[in-house]
Design a protein. Structure first.
Length: 95
């Protein structure tokens, strides 16, 4: 039986280094809920006024996935939070 080692290859990279790459499945881990909220920002004016480019980082990270996108946050996100509502909105758009 032939085993293809490349089929088992997993790549770990930073968001900055992932620009232009794609993967079947992507796991994005955010350190804080405030940073995640910026990554999920849908308001065009708020994104434009983001001097640290945090909003664009979210787009780069989330748009790498071809089939599966998993988003994790190291801080707890209450079910009734604004961030969870943004996540549900994005999920509805993608489905």
């Amino acid at each position: 039986m032939h085993h293809d080692a490349d089929a088992d290859l997993k790549q770990y990279t930073t968001i900055h280094k992932s620009k232009g790459l794609e993967a079947t499945a992507v796991l994005v881990i955010c350190e804080t809920k405030n940073k995640l909220a910026k990554w999920l920002e849908g308001d065009g004016e708020a994104r434009f006024n983001d001097k640290n480019d945090e909003c664009r980082l979210g787009f780069v990270a989330f748009s790498r996935a071809r089939e599966v996108l998993c988003i994790a946050c190291l801080e707890e996100l209450p079910e009734d939070s604004e961030i969870m509502e943004k996540i549900r909105t994005y999920m509805a758009i993608l489905n």
